[in-house]
Ligand binder design. Structure first.
Ligand code: UDP
Ligand code: MN
Length: 322
């Protein structure tokens, strides 16, 4: 009897170990779980990949241009308490959340566009950290927060289209489309456009710093205003969570524009915690028609109402009805 009992418990124990090991093996070896290898621009070639361009009417206070060599070469972890907890030297930032270095002439102007609704705490954390972070990079930038005022499902891509139109009117040659809950960890992920549209947040902590799939083009991306217009911006039809970033990738693919990424050591981001949204059930069907819709659904079909535009000390607020 005793022997039989021992044998029995041994079987269960054995089975548990075996199935645990099997699950672990599948998890590690499953080829499609992560894009384990992908092309990226290594640190030596980052500077030459950048595309210098500023807004036309920028003031040039100095006789010489800023140098970006050190910004890139000295990339370091800066997501620390010092940079996160409060704004330093806030008087340097102009009304509307704009900054330009004074000791040298910036060679880049970037509009950072943040789609937003109901994430007050995240926005506060974002603005604090990002203004500290961005001023390490000697660039000219402005933060635009585009807020959806209605209660319809959130339309991230449409808010980007609106932000792009506004930024273009201000003369910005480069757009960075930026989730409010993502923060870059290292100072060298320079917030300017590269010659090719760039996926910036390719090593995200919530993905264990891996890229889930090679064509992912969401989170934080940099794209020149010229390229954004060439693909008619993003789709206005993705209501709710998911698909709009893949649609953007499809558009670029259709017109033959490749994307790029920087060395993963430059592309680490952290995502602030939030509940997962319910995915939009239409997203796959919409995505299949990306090429058919591209020329009729986007910047040229954008209809919205600007409820208010207000210059806050840390950002330009565009409140819209979609
Ligand atoms: N967002 C927002 N309010 C919402 C939903 C989304 O402000 O109710 C914005 C915000 O910038 C957020 C981005 O859209 O970072 C992407 O949404 P979410 O973070 O839910 O997507 P996920 O991280 O799950 O891909
Ligand atoms: Mn998120």
């Amino acid at each position: 009897m005793l022997i039989r009992l021992c044998q029995h418990s041994f079987h269960i124990y054995d089975l548990l170990i075996l199935s645990g090991g099997l699950i672990l093996l599948v998890y590690i070896l499953l080829p499609h779980r992560f894009a384990l290898r992908y092309d990226y621009i290594d640190r030596e070639h980052i500077e030459e990949a950048l595309q210098p361009a500023t807004i036309p009417n920028i003031s040039m206070p100095q006789a010489f241009d800023c140098s970006y060599k050190e910004v890139i070469a000295d990339s370091a972890f800066v997501y620390d308490v010092f940079h996160r907890e409060r704004i330093h030297r806030g008087e340097e930032i102009r009304l509307g959340g704009e900054y330009q270095p004074e000791d040298c002439n910036a060679r880049f102007s970037t509009a950072i566009i943040v789609p937003y609704r109901d994430r007050q705490e995240q926005l506060a954390a974002f603005l604090n950290y990002m203004h500290n972070y961005l001023r390490l990079q000697l660039i000219h930038y402005r933060i635009f927060v585009v807020e959806q005022s209605d209660r319809k499902p959130f339309n991230r891509a449409m808010l980007f289209n609106i932000g792009a139109k506004v930024a273009e009117a201000y003369g910005y040659p480069c757009l960075i489309l930026h989730d409010v809950d993502l923060m870059p960890l290292n100072s060298g992920q320079i917030y300017v456009c590269s010659a090719l549209p760039r996926h910036m947040s390719s090593a995200l902590d919530s993905w264990r710093f891996h890229l889930p799939y090679r064509t992912l083009f969401g989170g934080v991306v940099a794209i020149s205003t010229t390229h954004f217009k060439m693909i008619n911006g993003m789709s206005n039809l993705y209501h709710g969570w998911g698909g709009e970033d893949d649609d953007l990738y499809e558009r670029l693919k259709i017109v033959g524009i490749e994307i790029c990424r920087f060395d993963p050591a430059y592309s680490e981001y952290t995502m602030l915690k939030h509940k997962h949204a319910i995915p939009n059930e239409n997203r796959m069907a919409l995505l299949r028609s990306a090429s058919l819709r591209m020329h009729s659904d986007g910047l040229n079909s954008l209809v919205y109402k600007e409820v208010e535009r207000r210059l806050h000390s840390l950002f330009t607020h565009i409140l819209v009805e979609t």
